[in-house]
Write a new protein. Sequence first.
Length: 114
Amino acid sequence: MSEPNKNENFFQRVYEVCRLIPEGRVTSYGAIAKFLGAARSARMVGWAMNNSHKQEEPVPAHRVVNRIGLLTGKFHFGETTMMEQLLNNEGIEVENNQIKNFKEIFWDPTEELL
């Protein structure tokens, strides 16, 4: 049996954190990376989000945005408006692809989970 791929393990850890983001809150790729002890791996978190739809247990990838609240991952949701619609369904307001009140609804796993 071969050793598991390091990226797969990292991705699984990303998904575990992402599943803890409360409905109506958002976090950033960088905040997840920092929480996982890989502060410079925000892009890897993004790659994990791109593959999240392949997971058996749902991953609320729509709750992960860039560091200033932009919906940079919206093109990975099939329709370019789907990410915004999912956020709106949770009471999160989006204007011009950016989350309004981003600082107020930001969920920092380092503060919330430690």
